[in-house]
Each structure stands twice: as C-alpha cells, then as structure tokens.
Design a protein around this ligand. Structure first.
Ligand SMILES: [Zn+2]
Length: 279
C-alpha cells in the first residue's frame, strides 16, 4: 500500500489548482484587531461591493469555478452575495460564524459554530456545504473529528504536504480530505504583511506552481476580496491564472470536486491493495 504510483489527476491532468476565496467581511480584522479598530474595519469594507465583484468577473473571464469560504455573519448581512456566487457555479464552504478563533473555543463551541454556519449557508443556496476552513487556519485536535462527525468532506487548515491527505480519526465514518493551505499561497502574506508589487507576487506563485506541476501535486491558493479584489493585486491573480491556464494540463477545480475525487481514488487504491493481498 505504501508503493503508490504518483497521482494521476482526472482526464490526464498533470497537477491541480484550487482557488479558495475567504469572504471575511469585517470579521477577520475585528477578530484580529478588535471592533474599535475602525482603520482596519474600513479597509475590510472593500470586501463585498468592490472586491468580490472584481474577483467574480476575473473568474468568469477564465471560466474558473472557485471555492468561497464564507463567514456566517457576512452571509447573514448580505445573503444576496452568497446566492449570486453560488448561482455562478462556485462552491460555498464554511469559515466560522464570526471568524472567532477555534483554538479559544471548547469542542462544543466549535460544534455549534460549524452547525450554525453550515445550516445558515444551506438555507441561502439549498446546498449543504461540505467543506470548512477554520478562521486564521487555527484548528485544534477536535476540529477534524468534529467535521467527520458532522458529515463534512474536506478541511483546508493543515499543511501536511502538497497533496490531499485522508484523515479518519473515527475509522467507522467517512474520512475528511485535508487539502493543503500555505502561508505563501495566501494574499495576506504578500499584500498586508508586506506591500509587494503584484508582478512579484504572481512570480512567486508561478515559481511555486512550476514545482507543484513537475511533481504532479496540488496547490490551494487563498485570496480575500478586500485584498486581491483591489485593482493592482487583482492583476497578480490574473497573471498567475494566465500562467496556469497556458500550461494546458492543470485541473483547476473546486475544493469539493478535488476532495471527492481524492476520496474515490483512495478507495480504489485500498480495494486493489486488499484484493492483491487476498489473491
Ligand atoms: Zn478568514
């Protein structure tokens, strides 16, 4: 079972890319800087009306379906935005009710937060979200078992490598597919912690992706409408997508599609390993 062949992505694709977009509204900066920090709150107010629209147009230009990780309270304030993103064929996943950090919650509080966010998003789109990204990627040892118990399919919190990883703390339940995030695949690192020129950011992601593709692996990009949705930074994403699309052999897919495909692939590999042992 250890000697598995390198991953072959669907339809002969050589590597895979997930574009994940975290819709935090003001709640990311409130959780980080406090509700009284109006400087950051006003910057983050760019999220829905300007940034999100620009990113949606960019995705439409490339005919790419992305995964939107949505904060529950932002959805409650702007249900129209969730509905229109879902109607455009993008995946809606959970990203905490109000972006509170899971490492400061009890297991029961995490459970309530996951259920409340998932149920609310489901009422807006008619589709129950199957994926979860924890606010600030701060999960605890309780998070994956809870996701498994609640019937989620994927999580994007832990960088265990450059491929999906099957996590099955409860062997009697369906697994959680852990999709790899990275601090260096996050626009926050480049445009907020530093203010780098968009062309350099695109170049960084292109260098990373060239290696990912050579190794047949997966990259999960994280961007935010209030950051990459700004004029110059949106060019970083456009240049990077140009690069990836031009390669011609990359599967650009929603996180749920990657997770489902990986789960089926692992099941097939397990079955063939079992039958070769039996024979
Ligand atoms: Zn966030």
């Amino acid at each position: 079972m250890n000697e598995r062949t390198p991953p072959t992505w669907p339809a002969g694709h050589r590597a895979a890319l997930v574009v994940s977009i975290d819709v935090d509204g003001e709640y990311g900066v409130i959780a980080q800087h406090g509700a009284s920090d109006w400087y950051w709150r006003t910057q983050a107010q760019y999220d829905l009306d300007a940034g999100l629209i620009r990113l949606l147009e960019l995705l439409a230009d490339y005919d790419i379906r992305a995964t939107f990780c949505w904060v529950g309270r932002v959805a409650e304030e702007r249900p129209d935005a969730v509905r229109s993103v879902s109607a455009a064929g993008h995946e809606i996943a959970t990203h905490g009710w109000d972006h509170q950090i899971y490492t400061r919650m009890t297991r029961e509080e995490q459970r309530e937060d996951l259920i409340r966010t998932r149920e609310y998003l489901a009422t807006l789109t008619g589709t129950v979200p199957v994926g979860h990204k924890s606010p600030f990627w701060h999960s605890t040892p309780d998070t994956v078992p809870l996701l498994q118990e609640l019937g989620f399919q994927w999580n994007m919190d832990v960088a265990l490598g450059d491929l999906p990883v099957v996590q099955r703390p409860d062997p009697t339940r369906e697994p959680i597919i852990q999709l790899p995030p990275s601090r260096w695949w996050d626009d926050y690192t480049f445009f907020i912690e530093q203010a780098l020129p968009p062309r350099l950011v695109a170049e960084f992601w292109e260098e990373d992706f060239a290696v990912v593709r050579a190794e047949g692996k997966l990259m999960c990009l994280t961007v935010h409408p209030w950051i990459t949705g700004r004029p110059g930074p949106s060019r970083a994403l456009a240049r990077f997508l140009d690069f990836v699309v031009t390669l011609g052999d990359v599967w650009i897919a929603r996180a749920d599609h990657v997770a489902l495909w990986w789960r089926e692939r692992e099941r097939d590999l397990d079955q063939s390993a079992t039958s070769s042992t039996e024979s």
